[in-house]
Design a protein around this ligand. Structure first.
Ligand code: ACO
Length: 334
């Protein structure tokens, strides 16, 4: 896949520091060996050094070159705890509680990023999405001008006629259970930026619904139509249209029939779903029944790149996502 090749080349060029909180997890360690061999990033593994080395020996991988940091004994704990108290003072966080939280690598990693000791994070091979995201949302927060963190999937489908040479970007498949119209608009605008940055596509965003251009009347239809209007106000240059049904978004004849004046209908490459249920089920349907490769979720809108894995992830998913995280870090910090 040409795009992943470019993502890997960028990662090799920028040598970002990516922290992996699940340092004793075997797939993570297998990926570590590959990432170090291919020089895709500098890696920081969190956990007890003896345990990490023991697992690496047991599964026969060489992780020499990775930096191992133990969140329970690291000398920066006091400094990180002070920063946590500062950030969460309105929530009444005490230094004692902060030090306690720092024992958890999922808290230690965002604090490394916040303190400038790492450039990005990838976790989720053994932790639920919410547990990976919550510390990141609390301490790294959103980038300026953005209020919503969301998750996009790059879907590599087996037909180059769809999307951008067979690549579509779906959102939000990972974070916001029930976004309102303002949040949906932000998701659309941010996903277009992600798609441009990572895939290099000219974004054409379809705001999906069970109705096309007013064919059905329902508050849920209004929500997608209003979100489209708000997104246009946020980014007047953006090619975006909706509400529209999936077939109107993707199939030229249906698009011509149902939305004849649309520059998006029939050739959308970004699909914004009305909520997390539809989006999460939708991407998994395309992945499992349509045999598409799903890369992500690429989290967007966070002040630094922090990405989440599915617990069913493979070693190559971890390698790909480290490379994508490194690309996001390069785009943010160069
Ligand atoms: N963008 C920006 N900030 C957010 C967002 C968001 N999308 N969601 C929550 N926050 C902020 C809150 O404002 C809050 O800030 P504060 O503590 O400074 O006031 C902080 O993050 C924590 O939010 P809470 O609402 O207290 O935490 P919650 O327990 O609701 O966690 C979470 C938020 C983790 C994102 C939750 O909405 C969630 O679990 N979402 C679903 C994740 C999921 O299960 N996805 C499907 C699986 S992923 C896959 O299949 C690939």
């Amino acid at each position: 896949m040409e795009i992943l090749k470019r993502v890997f080349q960028n990662a090799q060029k920028y040598q970002k520091r990516i922290v992996l909180p699940e340092g004793t997890e075997p797939r993570t360690l297998r990926a570590t060996e590959i990432i170090l061999n291919q020089k895709l990033a500098r890696l920081i593994l969190l956990g007890n050094p003896e345990e990490i080395n023991q697992v690496a020996n047991e599964i026969g991988v060489n992780i020499e070159g990775a930096t191992i940091v133990d969140p329970k004994t690291d000398s920066r704990r006091g400094q990180y705890a002070d920063l946590m108290v500062e950030i969460r003072k309105s929530k009444g966080l005490t230094k004692e509680s902060a030090l306690d939280l720092l024992n958890d690598p999922l808290y230690f990693a965002p604090l490394m990023i916040k303190s400038g000791d790492a450039d990005g994070e990838l976790a989720g091979a053994i932790n639920a999405t919410g547990d990976v995201l919550r510390p990141a949302l609390q301490y790294v927060k959103t980038m300026p001008g953005v209020s919503v963190v969301s998750g996009a999937f790059l879907m590599f489908v087996n037909d180059p006629h769809f999307g951008h040479e067979g690549i579509l970007v779906f959102a939000d498949c990972a974070v916001m259970p029930d976004p309102n119209e303002q949040q949906l608009a932000e998701i659309a605008v941010t996903t277009a930026k992600t798609a441009k940055a990572i895939v290099g596509m000219d974004p054409r965003v379809a705001m999906l619904s069970f109705s096309t251009m007013g064919s059905a009347q329902h508050p849920l239809v209004d929500k997608m139509r209003n979100a489209t209007r708000i997104a246009r106000e946020m980014d007047p240059e953006l090619k975006i249209d909706g509400e529209m049904q999936l077939d109107a978004a993707l199939i030229a004849e249906v698009g011509r029939l149902k939305a004849p004046n649309s520059e998006v209908a029939g050739r959308a490459n970004i699909l914004v779903f009305p909520g997390l249920e539809a989006a999460n089920i939708g991407y998994k349907l395309v992945q499992r029944l349509g045999k598409a490769e799903a890369v992500g979720p690429v989290l967007q809108g966070m002040a630094a790149p922090i990405n989440d894995l599915s617990r069913g992830c493979s070693v190559s998913d971890i390698v790909n996502m480290v490379a994508i995280t490194a690309n996001q870090a390069a785009a943010l910090f160069e």
